[in-house]
Design a protein around this ligand. Structure first.
Ligand code: 6PG
Length: 256
């Protein structure tokens, strides 16, 4: 096979590691998201544990509701280890807690073993907890290039292009050496703990779910890699050797 032809195939595979799904209706992005999630899970060997890191915010709500309801019986909860891509530095019963939201909408309604739930302890000192959580991740996930490798990471994107709790003023976290770090929400001053871009980009599957016309300009800039896309943390999320999915509702995709 001529070298150039083989190179073109490899390039196409690399280019094809990104899948953009635009749902026909704003009300069914969650179904599409769950459908992709189930395909990925079904592709993982039956004997293997599955590490999934979820995000907070409002976008996950209908996704968690489907996973806790109609699809609950189709998910191998006993094999799933759930982590968080980030957490607000608040107690678990605080309305701001990502764990609290996930517990209320999903974890309290499915048969996932308590030992498979790896909460970021937002009540702890942020720096100490980032260190502790990093060690818990290492203990319960596989590694690639000596970096923890999540099977699946679910991400949202803020109006400023942040993802997890990597904000535009902390692009250093995209390539930080460690797996977890502390950050501060630029508007509220709230302390956060977050996976770094190094950990996120080492994942096997990264799934963004982004909805709403208010994010469509950023979606266009990032997905088209227009000038300045790299200023946005979400624009720096590219799996080193995994798959990237952007699941958009019509509003989020309005300018594509
Ligand atoms: C958080 C999330 C954050 C979220 C985006 C999008 O802790 O708030 O992890 O990164 O995914 O802010 O939030 P919405 O889903 O509410 O748009």
């Amino acid at each position: 096979m001529p070298q150039s032809y083989r190179r073109r195939i490899i390039l196409r595979v690399i280019m094809n590691q990104r899948k953009i799904i635009i749902t026909p209706d704003k009300n069914n992005y969650a179904e599409s998201f769950v459908s992709e999630l189930k395909k990925i899970i079904s592709g993982i060997d039956a004997g293997m544990q599955i590490s999934i890191a979820v995000s907070g915010g409002s976008t996950p709500t209908p996704v968690f509701e489907i996973l806790a309801g109609a699809e609950a019986k189709n998910i191998p909860w006993d094999r799933i280890h759930i982590f968080w891509a980030d957490e607000r530095c608040v107690p678990p019963d605080d309305p701001e807690s990502n764990f609290g939201m996930t517990e209320k909408l999903l974890l309290s309604k499915v048969e996932i073993p308590a030992t498979n739930i790896h909460r970021i302890k937002g009540e702890n000192n942020p720096a100490d907890e980032a260190f502790r959580y990093e060690n818990e991740i290492v203990e319960f996930t596989v590694s690639r290039n000596r970096i923890p490798r999540f099977d699946i990471i679910l991400l949202g994107m803020g109006n400023d292009g942040h993802t997890a709790s990597i904000f535009p003023d902390r692009l250093d976290l995209i390539t930080a050496d460690n797996t977890c770090a502390t950050s501060v929400h630029p508007d509220t001053g709230q302390n956060r703990i977050t996976l770094t871009g190094t950990a996120i980009n080492n994942a096997a599957n990264i799934l963004f779910h982004v909805t709403g016309r208010n994010k469509s300009e950023l979606v266009k800039i990032i997905l088209n890699e227009e000038q300045g896309f790299e200023k946005f943390p979400a624009g720096n999320i590219k799996p080193v050797s995994g798959y990237l999915f952007w699941i958009l509702d019509p509003g989020g995709a309005a300018l594509l």
